[in-house]
Design a protein around this ligand. Structure first.
Ligand SMILES: *Cc1c(COP(=O)(O)O)cnc(C)c1O
Length: 433
């Protein structure tokens, strides 16, 4: 059986179920696995052509096979991933991994859909009712809502920053009804994240509710995000040079999952941590000082995070060694102008419409690729451009085609509960339920 422990206390082990249902340990650290399972060399060399579901089934069994029957896990990954994560070639040195083919058009569907199935399996047949609190800068909330919509014994409460998400993102948060509620917080994403953390530490709420989290701080979302790193390599031509993964980052869950993939045995030359001006991690890589700050708004708003929680998991994975982290990760900060120029260049050169988050990755690879002349850069395209159609239209002068599943939500009527950015307001809302 695999055990989990808090980044703040190695001496107290937790089971998978405890780690997943609690979301966060009581000491305000983050759950980490006691070890990362290794995959055999045979598995790695048999990757070419393997499907996302095949890969996910194999890796999920390695991680969770002692806690969940293998047949259940295989069914879970089949239900969770009815879509692929295709790799699109731009040129010899550049590929785009499209992670937006899930129901809410962002990569967060991958982690959220798996987590929803795992949690609902864990609480099946019990009379407990779980309340999932999720802070979102836009895409997490909708992926979690979509994953959990209609799941028995689970309520989802989404906290999102008022006026700081795009219109179509907001529709994807606020039009569900049923077991999903959207709280519109007058504040920033960091306020939402802080409120969730405070709620977990609040004695009265702990006592009255079975609270859990669905942010990328939940281990059940992080592990499945490693699946598509393997799926990317499975789509490269055999004998392709080593790859660099370019990860547009905010809370650094996606990148942390990449490090898991590497530790499991995936060959990776480098990770490029690509951020907008909310660049506390690139700044750390540059000068060795981690300084959280308030987030600033950008056109890649899902990455507007001033205090990325998964940084502490990264520190743990590199045993707090700046030098080890630097060997595997380079950081790049991308300005608004550079982001827009990247969207232009990507469209003009390749006819490829990239969303502002992917564009932060695109620019970062243009900056970094000279250091990796024989590597293939794989840019993680984290959202479909139509999710950010205002920015795309403003920048490229075209309207990105909107997939049917998003178009259907955009026409619905928004329904949210407005609260101020303090714990008292959140408690008032929850206790009234
Ligand atoms: C959440 C999100 C990110 C940032 O991912 P992290 O795991 O928080 O680093 C990047 N792009 C999009 C579109 C997102 O929704």
């Amino acid at each position: 059986m695999m055990r989990y422990y808090s980044t703040k206390n190695k001496n107290k082990p937790y089971s998978l179920k405890e780690a997943v249902i609690m979301g966060l340990p009581e000491d305000n650290g983050l759950f980490m696995p006691e070890m990362i399972p290794g995959l055999s060399a045979e598995f790695i060399s048999s990757l070419p052509g393997k499907s996302l579901v095949d890969i996910a089934g194999h890796i999920a069994t390695k991680w969770f096979g002692h806690d969940v029957p293998e047949g259940v896990l295989l069914q879970m990954v089949m239900d969770a991933f009815p879509f692929d994560t295709p790799l699109v070639r731009l040129d010899n040195q550049t590929q785009v991994l499209e992670l937006f083919h899930g129901p809410t058009l962002a990569f967060k569907d991958v982690g959220a859909r798996f987590m929803a199935r795992l949690m609902s399996w864990m609480v099946r047949g019990s009379n407990r009712k779980l309340t999932i609190l999720v802070a979102t800068s836009g895409d997490t909330g909708s992926a979690v809502a979509s994953g959990f919509f209609g799941v028995e014994n689970i309520n989802v409460v989404i906290l999102y920053p008022s006026g700081k998400v795009s219109e179509s993102q907001e529709k994807q948060l606020t039009t569900w009804g049923g077991n999903i509620t959207a709280l519109e917080v007058s504040g920033t994403f960091d306020d939402c994240q802080r409120l969730v953390k405070e709620a977990f530490l609040d004695e009265q709420l702990r006592h009255s509710f079975d609270l859990t989290s669905a942010n990328s701080i939940n281990i059940a979302r992080l592990v499945p995000q490693s699946f598509y790193y393997f799926r990317a390599v499975a789509q490269l031509d055999q004998g392709t040079s080593p790859c660099c993964f370019v990860v547009p980052s905010g809370n650094f869950g996606n990148l942390t999952a990449g490090i898991f993939a590497k530790r499991m045995g995936l060959p990776v030359e480098k990770f490029i941590a690509a951020t907008n001006s909310n660049d506390v991690v690139p700044a750390y890589l540059l000068n060795g000082v981690f300084k959280a700050r308030s987030s600033v708004s950008t056109i890649s708003n899902a990455m507007d995070v001033g205090n990325p929680s998964n940084f502490w998991r990264m520190m743990e994975l590199y045993h707090e060694s700046l030098e080890s982290m630097r060997k595997e990760i380079s950081g790049v900060t991308v300005s608004e102008t550079e982001t827009r120029n990247a969207m232009h260049e990507c469209f003009d050169r390749f006819g490829y419409v990239i969303d502002p988050h992917g564009a932060v990755g695109y620019h970062s690879w243009q900056m970094e690729k000279r250091h990796h002349p024989s590597a293939t850069g794989i840019i993680l395209e984290t959202a479909h451009p139509s999710k950010f159609s205002n920015v795309v239209t403003e920048t490229l002068g075209l309207i990105p085609e909107m997939p049917e599943r998003l178009a259907a939500m955009v026409t619905k009527t928004k329904s949210s509960v407005q609260i101020s950015a303090d714990l008292v307001a959140l408690k008032e809302y929850l206790n009234a339920q």
